[in-house]
Design a protein around this ligand. Structure first.
Ligand SMILES: [Zn+2]
Length: 321
């Protein structure tokens, strides 16, 4: 029966052209009164349903295994997490209330990004309604990030022989310090990060290419800084996978942003990064990131814009593999 309904929806053009990775457990962790907008995951899921997503359009996120995490994180760090023996300095750097439900949340998020990358490699494009925890280092967590889901997913695909060269396009407001550090000496990963310079992280390990913006930079400055690099970097590095961290926090109304960037400019950013990869037939795995507006719906709208842009990119006849 579900297949018939799916077919009817598909004939009517309502079926979405790629799948989403998600778990209803994403928004069940209780962070108390915290700036991290955990409810955005459920709200975004509901908006994707409203776009016409059917149950088959979702892949349920499964937790990453210890073996997966060890591809990036140190045994010592994982042991401290398992035994809840992170020091007060480490907990302070993490900036999250620590407990078993937080650990479960990050295990799921990391597994979800692995599945997103697998799906993108199989079908050309997939969206994780989560992920993007780019501040986690091999031996410690920082800035709301316990495990580096992107790095774990890359190393797992590399180990399985599914990829040779990967590009991380990190368009979160904050520099992708953990990811830059992890892949600093690994020439099979190109890390690109466009970010605001005069905010966290104060120490910015070098990415393959860092593009810095400053407080007050507007749409024009943002797009002028970004656009010369795409599709040029794709053509030069020739990745067989792009992981796009579509951060919502460069937005001018974001509480952490000093940039004067509009939602329209962020749509143009999404189109540039996604469409130019798709034109070159490079699979794209999209993960979310950031988003700390006072009205949570504004963050959700920006994430939804990224999804709509991806749908348009796919439907523009770029889905020939
Ligand atoms: Zn951020």
């Amino acid at each position: 029966m579900a297949d018939i309904v799916d077919s009817v929806l598909s004939l009517l053009g309502w079926k979405l052209p790629f799948r989403f990775i998600y778990s209803s457990e994403y928004w069940m962790v209780d962070l108390g009164h915290h700036i991290f907008p955990i409810k955005k995951y459920r709200l975004l899921y509901e908006r994707v349903i409203a776009l016409g997503a059917w149950h088959k359009d979702f892949i349920k996120a499964q937790p990453a295994t210890e073996e997966d995490l060890l591809l990036v994180h140190t045994p010592h760090y994982l042991k401290k997490i398992r035994s809840s023996s992170l020091s007060s300095i480490e907990l302070q750097a993490l900036e999250l209330p620590f407990g078993p439900d937080v650990v479960s949340f990050f295990l799921l998020m990391t597994g979800g990004t692995i599945q997103t990358v697998e799906e993108a490699l199989s079908t050309g494009l997939a969206v994780h309604l989560g992920g993007g925890f780019h501040h986690a280092f091999p031996d410690h967590g920082e800035g709301f990030c316990l495990f580096n889901d992107i790095a774990v997913a890359i190393e797992k695909m590399k180990k399985l022989g599914r990829i040779n060269r990967v590009m991380v396009v990190d368009c979160d407001l904050h520099q992708g310090n953990g990811t830059a550090f992890i892949f600093a000496r690994k020439d099979y990963v190109f890390t690109f990060s466009i970010h605001q310079m005069d905010i966290y992280p104060s120490d910015k390990p070098r990415s393959s290419l860092d593009v810095g913006l400053w407080s007050g930079d507007d749409d024009r400055a943002y797009l002028q800084a970004l656009s010369p690099h795409f599709p040029r970097l794709y053509q030069e590095f020739k990745p067989d996978l792009v992981i796009y961290l579509a951060g919502a926090d460069p937005y001018r109304k974001d509480m952490l942003s000093g940039l004067d960037v509009s939602a329209e400019a962020l749509k143009k950013r999404d189109r540039l990064v996604i469409e130019s990869a798709r034109k070159l037939k490079i699979p794209v795995a999209i993960v979310l990131g950031g988003g700390y507006t006072a009205e949570i719906e504004e963050t959700v709208n920006i994430h939804l814009n990224t999804i709509k842009t991806a749908i348009k990119a796919w439907k523009k006849g770029l889905n020939h593999w």
